[in-house]
Design a protein around this ligand. Sequence first.
Ligand SMILES: O=C[C@H](O)[C@@H](O)[C@H](O)CC(=O)O
Length: 271
Amino acid sequence: MSKLLRKPNKNESTQGVTIVHDVTTENSLLKYVEFKIVDLAPGATYAEELAKKECCIVALTGKIHVTDKEATFKNLGTRESIFEKKPTDSVYVSNDRCFEVEAVSQARVALCYSPSEKQLPTKLIRASDNGVEHRGKYNNKRMVHNILPDSDPSANRLLVVEVYTESGNWSSYPPHKHDQDHLPQESLLEETYYHEMDPPQGFVFQRIYTDDRSIDETMTVENGDVVIVPGGYHPVGVPEGYTSYYLNVMAGPTRIWKFHNDPDHAWILER
Ligand SMILES: O=C[C@H](O)[C@@H](O)[C@H](O)CC(=O)O
């Protein structure tokens, strides 16, 4: 199996707290992005000290309380299923702070991390703060919820978006990459994808490839999988009948999303 594909690996760390994914700079090719998926039973709590990292806590499903021991945000989360297709609540917590998540109901939480040195204020990112974008046409249509876009100065390095791609459509397409620290032409952003499918037995194909094909992996990605994108183009194709969801975390030396389309396929945008 590709080193870029991670299947769910459930590990009950404490009573009612199950770590489903734990992508770190130690166990992956990434330097700027770390990522966790945590399932919490009602009443269970998950806490962390952040040191020199910032974290965006995304209430994927269920209701949670979040505190950084100074501010407390109660009853966050807007959906029981990701496929209700509405934005959700998130909280940004900066470096040298701690946080605690308490589940009000059964909850799944995404923890999105990147290195951070300059402490910024903790920020509640309400569902209503998410910019909603409808991108593309023909069979390249997708809906994007911008949770922490580069236009929002609340974070030092983190970029967080979630993307819905309907049956028979492609997203992260035409293929683009952001793996060169070469602004203004292109920014270097590592990326993770956390995928879900509706109905859940579905799959998508995701190809990760570079111009020189030193990386060229096409993966069958299933519900709950994580794909790691250290670099290269990263298109996603969704089979007929299924809806794809993915949560993207991006981070790199500069917090700008400046991508470069694969010239072989950029003509798609001219139709
Ligand atoms: O680089 C960003 C990721 O590939 C996705 O967020 C992608 O941009 C979503 C899309 O517009 O298809």
